[in-house]
Unconditional design. Structure first.
Length: 425
């Protein structure tokens, strides 16, 4: 391939990077690959909950994928991750109820590993890649990516430079500003006009029993609102920390662990921005910063009962009320109405009322709404080909580059880039 130190350097050991490495080493044994990650363990977002969705379009960015292309690659993802697909029941009953309200319920092939068991999966994947000769450099941050007449390469914090025939940039959502810096320096055009903004709902299992029939039910409501990332069993809402603010997210342990009788899921609204708004990412940052400002440095939470009455939740209402469960992620009790833009809140609340008709009980007064849950994964580089190549020898894939929105889509994106390298695109 080239006289560089490596044939391929992969930035990021999340599913997109792993998908590239698995495919390259499977098809071209002996290829030399270095995977770099700033974290202590190799994993990226595989570590959290690790639900795997094997039905298009879940987890895929539809403007970069066709159903045929996703379906061609999903069996390869499945071969590597070896999931145990979960059974579903009573789908038709929920679907009929939903259809009457103009809501679609997607039937998705799903597997769930759980945060406690995902480490076992990650270790197996890493051992397999090590056996195939892949090298790992962990706890090292890449600060720049370049290409010149001699090929492509990366700069590591501290100044060390490494060269490769090809560089895969797969830094995930948290790497969005790194990715933007690289694109700006290399003169790669990109658009960033979509952001998903929403809330995370937490309630007792008995108020949302649909999860006993369908682990992560995908309801698609009018106005671009959808359910996303449902967790149950031993489920918790968690903080996702960024520079200057926190977002909420959720995960659950594996079925082997005792349950805590709680469920959480996100309700997200996709916002497509038009000129003159420049950046969906920046809009996400502003909204998140506002919410964290109102929350005294933390996200906000409010009981549905208070929201309905138009009053804020307070520490006292969380401590001394009749309500039957404490929040799994105690943030600042407050008023979502002060922080969520009115149009977004209106559409999310309309979706929640429909959901309460499909699965009666979810709008119990004790149900907690957390905000902000925002997905900032919409840097869309101008790709030069269908393999997500952005410049000579440089490919950008995964959630950070807007080619995916979940584990399986990220892995499949990595395969597409690997195919490009093998074809010499
Ligand atoms: C709490 C939580 C729960 C989730 N649950 C699910 C789920 O159940 N199912 C699902 O499908 N999706 C889930 N997701 C989303 C999922 O994690 C992502 O869709 C997926 O991991 C994206 O893969 P990726 O490879 O693009 O990026 P990531 O998995 O984010 O990997 C990127 C890697 O790049 C590294 N990196 C970034 N910048 C640099 C740099 N400059 N130098 C070196 N390394 C760098 C990061 O440390 C990271 O390890 C969840 C996310 C969160 C936060």
């Amino acid at each position: 391939m080239s006289s560089s130190e490596y044939d391929v350097i992969i930035i990021g050991t999340g599913p997109a990077g792993l998908g590239t490495a698995f495919h390259l080493t499977g098809v071209a044994p002996g290829i030399s690959i270095l995977m770099i990650d700033r974290e202590r363990i190799c994993s990226g977002g595989l570590l959290n909950d690790c639900k795997q969705n094997y039905t298009y379009p879940i987890g895929f960015a539809t403007d970069n994928w066709t159903s045929a292309e996703a379906e061609r690659l999903l069996p390869l993802v499945e071969e590597a991750l070896q999931p145990t697909i979960k059974e579903k029941q009573n789908i038709e009953v929920y679907r009929r109820r939903a259809e009457r309200l103009g809501v679609a319920l997607l039937d998705v092939r799903q597997a769930h590993v759980g945060t406690d068991r995902s480490r076992v999966l990650i270790q197996r994947l890493r051992d397999e890649l090590t056996r195939r000769g892949v090298r790992f450099m962990l706890e090292r941050e890449v600060t720049d990516v370049f290409n010149d007449a001699a090929g492509a390469g990366v700069v590591i914090a501290g100044g060390e430079t490494l060269r490769a025939g090809n560089v895969i940039v797969a830094p995930g959502r948290k790497g969005f500003s790194f990715l933007q810096q690289v694109m700006e320096r290399l003169g790669i055009a990109y658009i960033d006009n979509v952001v998903d903004v929403g809330i995370r709902v937490e309630t007792r299992l008995e108020n949302y029993p649909v999860v006993n029939d369908y682990y992560d039910p995908k309801f698609m409501f009018p106005d671009g609102v959808r359910t996303f990332c449902t967790n149950s069993g031993h489920a918790r809402v968690v903080l996702e920390r960024y520079d200057g603010f926190s977002l909420v997210n959720g995960h659950a342990l594996s079925e082997q662990q005792a349950g805590n009788n709680l469920v959480n899921f996100a309700l997200l609204k996709t916002i497509g921005l038009k000129a003159p708004v420049r950046s969906g990412q920046q809009m996400g940052v502003f909204l998140a910063t506002l919410a964290n400002e109102i929350g005294g440095g933390k996200p906000l939470m409010q009981r549905v009962g208070d929201f309905r009455l138009g009053k804020r939740s307070t520490v006292e209402t969380f401590n001394e009320d009749l309500y039957s469960f404490p929040p799994s992620c105690p943030v600042t009790a407050g008023d979502l109405g002060l922080a969520v833009p009115a149009k977004i809140m209106r559409h999310i609340w309309a979706a929640l009322k429909k959901l309460d008709t499909i699965v009666p009980g979810v709008l119990h007064p004790s149900t907690i709404m957390y905000y902000p849950e925002i997905k900032m994964y919409a840097n869309k580089p101008a790709f030069l080909d269908s393999h997500f190549r952005v410049s000579n020898g440089i490919y950008m894939v995964g959630d950070g580059a807007g080619t995916s929105r979940g584990i399986t889509g990220a892995w499949a994106s990595g395969i597409r880039a690997a195919e490009g390298i093998l074809e010499g695109s």
